[in-house]
Design a binder for this molecule. Structure first.
Ligand code: FEO
Length: 390
């Protein structure tokens, strides 16, 4: 039994076979779907798991409760990685009441049709007494869906935080941060925020503000380790990423078909390095996983984007990156750009036009060339790199 405290037990599962989270984002280290039991005079099951893990999940719950049933199932977030098990769960534990807000009830009805008349609809600030433990519900819309809420247990000062403070990475034996090396999870937290919550910076900041008055000793999110000793660090990562704070460093993202744009990208990096920039990351947008590119763009404060013109537009893989950036909030970034063409100059124009929505501060003049790359173009690229290093 994986105890978090004497009366709070971890009953989540590890998914080590899914290749892509949301069928989009690589999972090289898997992912956990976390679920918790609070065992008191009444029993609350907080968050559930992906439907594929139902037999193992029920076994884990029964190993803690025996023949007892949960009295309540708290649904902080309806996305199916946490609610997929609900319909079957109801057949195993028919006495348990679901607990969620008005939007939760609508979504559970919409997805599974299993919300009942006797289930509990809670509002922001409502409490549910379990015995010595008391659950307090705080609604935090759009972190990550409109119905999202968190549950605060005031006796043991535990925040069941839903997706927020979560990360990719299955749990390798231990569940709590104090019992493991957390380096991998903090790295995966950045990739998780970049891919899943990057659009919702304002709601994340509002949620952090709303929760800032609560004394919190333990954070039980829906993905990744339970945060105790390193709870402040986990909160810090989310605070920093939502605020747009970044390390000084340069991420050079380029698309290249025959090597011309790559040579210019190398020259931008050389110019930045010669000017003293130590942290320089190169990403070929056709080769690097998009989630790695996004995580690096969130980590560092400066970006160089370069691509050739392709079919009268910007190179498709760069177009994809630009669209993904436009669909996120990445604040306080500087950007330089470069691009080549054979007969119709489009790539620089398209990158600049996409940036009107992305909102990065343009540094230097874009470097643009026709057909082959000459020394004059490379020199301009080195000069751009130098400006970006500043
Ligand atoms: Fe882990 Fe937004 O669900």
């Amino acid at each position: 039994m994986m105890k978090i405290t004497e009366q709070v037990v971890y009953v989540g599962v590890n998914d080590r076979t899914k290749h892509l989270f949301e069928n989009l984002w690589p999972l090289p280290y898997g992912v956990s779907y976390n679920s918790y039991l609070v065992v008191d005079e009444k029993v609350a099951l907080i968050d559930t798991v992906d439907a594929a893990f139902m037999p193992e999940y029920i076994e884990k719950i029964r190993s803690v409760l025996g023949e007892r049933q949960p009295d309540y199932v708290i649904i902080n977030h309806v996305e199916p990685d946490h609610s997929g098990a609900l319909a079957l769960l109801r057949t195993h534990f028919p006495e348990a009441k679901l607990v969620g807000n008005k939007k939760t009830a609508e979504m559970i009805t919409g997805f599974y049709g299993v919300w009942r008349e006797d289930d509990l609809i809670v509002a922001d600030g409502d409490e549910l007494q379990l015995g010595t433990h008391c659950l307090n519900f705080r609604i935090v819309p759009m972190v990550h869906w409109p119905e999202t809420m968190v549950t605060y247990e005031s006796t043991e000062r535990i925040l069941f935080s839903g997706d927020v403070f979560g990360c990719y990475g299955a749990l390798n034996g231990a569940v709590m941060d104090k019992d493991m090396d957390t380096a991998l999870y903090f790295k995966e937290m950045e990739r998780y925020y970049s891919t899943i919550l990057g659009k919702y910076a304002a709601p994340v900041e509002q949620a952090l503000k709303k929760l800032s008055g609560l004394p919190i000793d333990i954070i039980c999110s829906t993905h990744g380790p339970v945060w105790t000793e390193q709870a402040d660090k986990a909160v810090g990562v989310y605070r920093r990423m939502a605020a747009g704070e970044a390390e000084h460093g340069l991420v050079v993202c380029y698309g290249s078909m025959y090597g011309h744009t790559r040579r210019v990208a190398e020259a931008v990096a050389e110019g930045a390095a010669a000017a003293g920039m130590k942290k320089i990351i190169m990403h070929d947008v056709s080769l690097s996983p998009l989630s790695d590119i996004l995580a690096d763009i969130y980590r560092y404060d400066t970006l160089a984007l370069g691509a050739p013109t392709y079919n009268g537009d910007v190179f498709p893989k760069m177009d994809d990156l630009l669209r993904r950036l436009a669909a996120r909030v990445v604040k306080n970034r500087r950007m330089g750009c470069f691009g080549g063409f054979t007969w119709a100059a489009q790539s620089v124009k398209k990158i600049m036009s996409a940036n009107e929505q992305i909102g990065m501060t343009l540094v230097g003049d874009p470097v643009e060339w026709k057909q082959g790359v000459g020394e004059d173009t490379l020199e301009k690229a080195r000069a751009l790199g130098k400006q970006l290093a500043g």
